[in-house]
Design a binder for this molecule. Structure first.
Ligand code: CP
Length: 312
């Protein structure tokens, strides 16, 4: 791994969304990420590719997987990584996102990783700083590294994405994971089924080139991949659900509903999961069907690739 090739230039300075990437960019990121999978399983995980570089993680929303994997990714590549504790920052005194960004920019970071509750926040930030910005999730808009790690997980298990039938099910309207995955899976040649109750389905979903379903069994028919989504209660301004029990009955992934997908269908979930509401707890842990832990594992490799590419 010490001889990892210097990255060829990607077409963008920042990673703000899948929509900004070309298919060549995506293939380049995924091929770089593949190189890190073995390293992350080895005893010595430390490289010096980003030695001397400064990475700032700026998470305005809670995160376990994305923040910790970006931090580990930066450290494994040898960067100096600072994760801001926003509960203990000047944000609490009323400082704005832009003033915070410009303050940090004055310290000459090489890369800022940002998660924010507002759609477009990472784009705005990228216009105010000199360094590269990686979007770790902005409102309902995009979560590009999640879609990239989902694609890498699918390729790792199915050896391709083109021609697969992939169902994305649940709270689509509030989900940046769904949006980034729709863009990426379409780009890579999958057929995408979107399954949701009418009040959790975006009105303009048809424009995204997907098949829309309200009946989960119909939507899952012959699917290769079943991607479940979290109910984003923090983004619901009014009551979208009559009850968790009713949601589970119609839209929770259960062994009965999974039978409609292909026998070798894989189960995915970006996490965090609401067990017993979005997904049967035994299915979530079924090592023959669920790749949820692999998604987390490959998330580190994808974020190492993104830091390497956009930091150079
Ligand atoms: N999938 C995902 O973004 O998880 P976190 O909120 O834990 O980062």
């Amino acid at each position: 791994m010490a001889n990892v090739k210097k990255a060829i230039k990607i077409s963008k300075k920042h990673l703000l969304g899948i929509q900004d990437l070309s298919i060549a960019d995506v293939n380049f990121i995924l091929s770089e990420a593949k190189q890190f999978i073995a390293l992350n399983k080895s005893k010595n995980k430390k490289l010096d590719i980003l030695r001397g570089k400064t990475q700032i993680n700026l998470f305005f929303e809670p995160s376990t997987r994305t923040q910790s994997s970006f931090e580990l990714a930066g450290k494994r590549l040898g960067a100096d990584v600072m994760s801001m504790n926003l509960n203990n920052s000047a944000i609490k005194k009323g400082e704005t996102l832009i003033d915070t960004a410009m303050t940090l920019n004055a310290m000459h970071p090489d890369i800022i990783v940002v998660r924010h509750q507002d759609s477009g926040a990472s784009n705005l930030l990228s216009q105010k700083v000199n360094c590269a910005v990686l979007n770790a999730g902005d409102g309902r808009r995009e979560h590009p590294t999640q879609a990239l790690l989902d694609a890498l997980t699918i390729i790792d298990r199915k050896e391709k994405i083109e021609g697969l039938k992939i169902a994305i099910c649940g709270d689509i309207v509030h989900s940046r994971v769904a949006r980034s995955n729709i863009y990426l899976l379409n780009m890579l040649g999958a057929e995408v089924n979107i399954i949701a109750p009418s009040n959790l389905m975006p009105k303009d979903i048809d424009k995204l080139g997907v098949n829309r379903f309200s009946d989960m069994k119909k939507g899952l028919k012959d699917c290769d991949i079943v991607m479940m989504l979290r109910l984003q209660n923090e983004r619901m301004t009014s009551s979208f659900l009559s009850s968790n029990r009713e949601y589970y009955e119609y839209y929770g992934l259960t062994p009965d509903k999974l039978k409609f997908a292909k026998d070798d269908a894989l189960i995915m979930h970006p996490g965090p999961m609401n067990r017993g509401i979005e997904i049967d707890t035994n299915l979530a842990d079924d090592i023959n069907k669920s790749v949820i832990k692999e998604q987390v594992e490959l998330g580190v490799a994808v974020r190492m690739a993104c830091l390497k590419i956009f930091c150079e």
